[in-house]
Design a protein around this ligand. Sequence first.
Ligand code: NAD
Length: 465
Amino acid sequence: MVIQKICCIGAGYVGGPTCSVMALKCPDIEITVVDLSKDRIAQWNSNEKLPIFEPGLMEIVQQCRGRNLFFSTDIVSAIRKADLIFISVNTPTKTFGMGKGRAADLKYVEGAARMIAENAEGNKIVVEKSTVPVRAAESIMNILKANNKPNSSYQILSNPEFLAEGTAVQDLLHADRVLIGGEETAEGQEAVRQLSWVYEHWIPSSKVVTMNTWSSELSKLAANAFLAQRISSINSLSAVCEATGADVSEVARAVGLDTRIGPKFLQASVGFGGSCFQKDILNLVYICECLNLPHVAAYWQQVIDMNEYQKSRFAEKVVSSLFNTVTDKRIAVLGFAFKKNTGDTRESPAIYVSTHLLAEGAHLHIYDPKVEPHQIVDDLNSSTMDPDIVNRNVVIHSDAYSATKNTHALIVCTEWDEFVTLDYEKIYADMMKPAYIFDGRKILDHDFLQNLGFHVQTIGKKMHR
Ligand code: NAD
């Protein structure tokens, strides 16, 4: 079999960009991305705005859409005609039951597997693209086998995605590695070869790494756990720096120059966010607990606990620096996305910091270049106890200058490039005095700002004003 048609179930931050790049690089393969959400599919088919913002994505979609890339809500047809089906649905943490807030909620994966079981005929390769607990492929196979039609057969592969939001297109075009896990049977290895062939349209074969299914599933959780661990490690040291006079940027530089350690992911900040790090580590912790490995569970839990501590330490620093009260103070929050170059706010530290300040009585003036105002309001409403607070005390702005005007303090929560080049002289002139800046991303020129008259606080450095 040669793969001619691919279906991807789930048109989100992973399914959309992954299939767009695949369609660009595999003009001989027809790719249909399907979703339950009519709105999402309509946006993928629009020329104005895609449902997610990723640099370079719109150009690729416009080049491929209608040629060999299709977005559709007709899930059944797409499953029927596909040789290979990606499952790229969301895998949040559970909100009910014993695993609440910790275990992966596989209801969407199960839903997708059932749709495949009910509609597929012939030989299909089913690929886990979603991040799943180790041995999830076994559960998917059970669903598929239970509904097995006489003329259908399946191979299940694990092919976790390593893209980062904000750089998804570049990450997909120039992946460090593509991981494919499969069964060690002849059929399993043939399916691995088929999927490798698809990727090798643009990824060098040396970077397509194959292994057994369980190793591949666990490697994705492990990779996210390691990345988050580096951030929590440097953030833990940032607290020591603030207390002693060491500078965390200098420490990170010194540590990162060791080639065994390397410089990436050593940027101290207000904390990590995003839909993946926290949920994947919680999932790893839960798996370890279920496997009766409490010490391993406790080890990884610390990465999350340190992140929570960092966010609360930063929020408390804002309050304590402002004479220990922010009641009725106006505070500008610059950046609401969890990182730059995305409009995604899932688990964004900005939500935590804003909620903390609202609870202390602050009035917030929020600006983010890519996050929709209704998203900010929804996020705050679901985090604060009293939705009236958001109505009363939050104003969303369409630029940084109006957000900061007449405020007592400015907080940088996201490292957007445009915040680096703002006219801080003008901002200082328009703010209340004394004017405070809290740089939660360490992107601003602190000496310059202090010379302008600002009181500056940041992460991992003792500031004298
Ligand atoms: P998402 O929420 O943006 O998209 C998932 C989509 O799946 C939604 O549009 C939803 O409507 C759709 N869906 C759910 N059930 C469906 C069904 N039965 N049929 C059709 N559509 C269905 O999620 P995402 O951010 O794209 O993440 C997908 C997976 O990839 C998750 O497991 C995540 O952990 C993993 N992942 C995410 C990232 C990231 O940066 N976002 C990176 C790597 C891996």
